[in-house]
Ligand binder design. Structure first.
Ligand code: ZN
Length: 111
């Protein structure tokens, strides 16, 4: 057995995986999530090119937001309380408005 189990897909065991730069907005689920911050992470994502299973790690400060449910420190979040004219915040709000609260998956890349 290989010691490098991470070199194979955890779902289909394929070795045909590749690393990409990810840009992911994490939303708290359910109605209560409407008042929670949206957490942005930009991880390296390991994508199985065979089945699509993807792995990534949430960085520590963003993980803290997911744990506490409130924005703090310098984690990259979009707060619904405070849009402060940030372009990213506004665009996310626009997307949220058009999709309602069902937007809780990965957003497509902007480029
Ligand atoms: Zn796979």
């Amino acid at each position: 057995m290989s010691a490098q189990s991470s070199s194979h897909c955890r779902s289909c065991q394929s070795a045909n995986q590749s690393t990409f730069n990810g840009e992911i907005a994490i939303h708290f689920p359910g109605l209560e999530g409407v008042d929670k911050p949206i957490v942005w992470v930009f991880p390296k994502v390991l994508v199985c090119l065979n089945c699509g299973f993807t792995e990534f790690a949430v960085p520590e400060k963003e993980l803290g937001v997911l744990v506490s449910g409130s924005s703090g420190g310098d984690a990259t979040v979009v707060s619904r309380e405070n849009d402060a004219g940030k372009r990213k915040s506004l665009s996310i709000k626009t997307v949220q408005k058009s999709l309602g609260v069902r937007l809780h998956q990965v957003l497509p890349p902007r480029y």
